[in-house]
Ligand binder design. Structure first.
Ligand code: HEM
Length: 419
């Protein structure tokens, strides 16, 4: 995307270390983040920034340091928040991604079987049907926006299926998801204010509370995330604790939405940038699962998560004080040449391709990772069967968001195989 008049890419190589701004979401919007993180990995892998819209914070940028911190949950807590922003004192939503053991483990256990292998198998047919429907409806030989017609539509339908959410209201799920991650302090001032976000949280909670009560005791033997919470002794009364209920709903809405959506878009961009890799998959579709993992690494749709030091600690030669924010930059770890061979190459048959940090690591490693991989695998199986060409026909437009790395628009043209 072209930068606005008067703006320019910072010359990260020439700046003093303390001048580097790791909190500026424009680095993702205009895609110039690589040089910043390469410099930090080399010269200041555990780096302090004294001032930012989210306050002072440490940045951890090497793969192995990120894993070490994720595995030490006693020193580096996920509470009170995994966002760089602290929760609003009057609205502390409780979600298990922002909890430590043992509470985290109990709540994760209550919902994790929704993505167990047996359920995924059951979902596969449904996801394939929806994917085919969406692809069959695409315009041919004329430009359209892949984000709107494919990535958004498919992930919204998937989310509605997981919650068994009223079908004709399903777009609210995506609107809420976008809203929850668009705080002005993470979006260079372009997002939503606190008041607007709270309005949307309240509307979402109200609708999910109605659905909980409609389903409770209706005797139906169907399966969805709300019924699962109702069925587990640890969470059966969660609706009576609205901040916990809402926190978990929000986690599942955001977790299952922007991430997969932006990987669906990223794949199109990377296969256009690396046409030889596209030829490899076309010749050998067995490479699709490996390509999917590579797409997820290359995209890293959630560029970071935050931890908070529970005590004064020395880490990699730096003294981190109790209470300080520690930001784990997955997007940097995934391009760390110490761990990833030729990290800047998009490489569909990369060895050990699942060894990336896009899903995090340790006890919080993404609960939906197999589901996301399955959605992307099915999408590419069906795309490659149908389309001889998927061409980018304009500049991708990217999100201006520090927490979500993705696309707002992707002009594409597809050409079907002629029989
Ligand atoms: C490409 C798609 C996805 C990516 C890149 C992704 C990424 C992540 C990351 C980075 C974390 C935090 C890991 C950590 O702190 O160590 C996470 C956690 C989580 N994700 Fe995903 N995610 C994806 C898809 C999904 C889907 C489809 C679901 C829906 C079921 C989901 C549900 C969750 C949940 C519930 C957690 C919290 C896990 C915990 O705290 O124990 N994610 N995800």
């Amino acid at each position: 995307m072209n930068m606005p008049m008067g703006a320019s890419v910072p010359n990260y190589a020439a700046m003093a270390l303390e001048e580097l701004d790791v909190s500026d979401p424009r680095m993702f919007q205009y895609d110039y983040w690589q040089a910043l993180f390469a410099r930090l990995r080399e010269e200041s892998p555990v780096h302090f920034q004294a001032d930012s819209p989210a306050g002072p914070f440490w940045s951890v940028t090497r793969y192995e340091d990120i894993v070490a911190i994720e595995c030490d949950t006693e020193t580096f807590s996920s509470s009170p928040s995994i966002s760089m922003l602290d929760p609003e004192p009057d609205m502390i939503l409780r979600m298990f991604i922002a909890m430590d053991p043992p509470e985290h483990d109990d709540q994760r256990r209550a919902v994790h079987h929704v993505v167990a292998p047996r359920n995924l198998q059951e979902f596969e047919t449904l996801i394939r049907e929806r994917t085919v429907e969406v692809l069959e409806a695409l315009p041919e030989d004329e430009p359209f926006d892949w984000v709107q017609l494919v990535s958004r539509d498919l992930t919204t339908k998937m989310l509605a299926t997981l919650f068994d959410y009223p079908w004709d209201e399903r777009n609210s799920l995506t609107e809420w998801s976008d809203m929850f991650t668009s705080d002005v302090r993470l979006t260079g001032g372009e997002g939503a204010t606190r008041e607007v976000i709270i309005e949307h949280i309240t509307a979402c909670l109200q609708r999910f509370t109605e659905l909980w009560h409609e389903r409770k005791g209706d005797g139906k033997d169907t399966f969805d995330l709300i019924r699962m919470l109702q069925a587990d002794p640890n969470t059966e009364n969660m609706v009576d604790d609205p901040l916990t209920y809402m926190g978990n709903i929000m986690l599942l809405i955001v977790g299952g939405n922007d991430t997969t959506r932006n990987s669906m878009s990223g794949g199109v961009v990377f296969l256009n940038q690396f046409p030889d890799e596209m030829s490899k998959v076309r010749q050998n579709p067995d490479l699709i699962p490996s390509m999917v993992s590579e797409i997820i690494r290359y995209q890293t749709p959630l560029p970071h998560m935050r931890r908070t030091a529970t005590r004064d600690v020395e880490f990699a030669g730096k003294r981190i004080a109790k209470g300080e924010k520690v930001v784990l930059w997955y997007v940097s770890g995934n391009y760390d040449e110490r761990m990833i061979e030729r990290p800047n190459d998009f490489w569909v048959d990369r060895p050990s391709v699942r060894n990336h940090l896009s899903f995090g690591a340790g006890i919080h490693r993404c609960m939906g990772n197999r589901l996301a991989e399955m959605q992307l695998r099915i999408l590419w199986e069906e795309v490659l069967k149908r389309f001889e060409r998927i061409e980018l026909v304009g500049e991708p437009q990217r999100t201006c968001n520090l927490f979500i790395r993705g696309f707002t628009q992707l002009p594409v043209r597809v050409t079907r195989f002629r029989s």
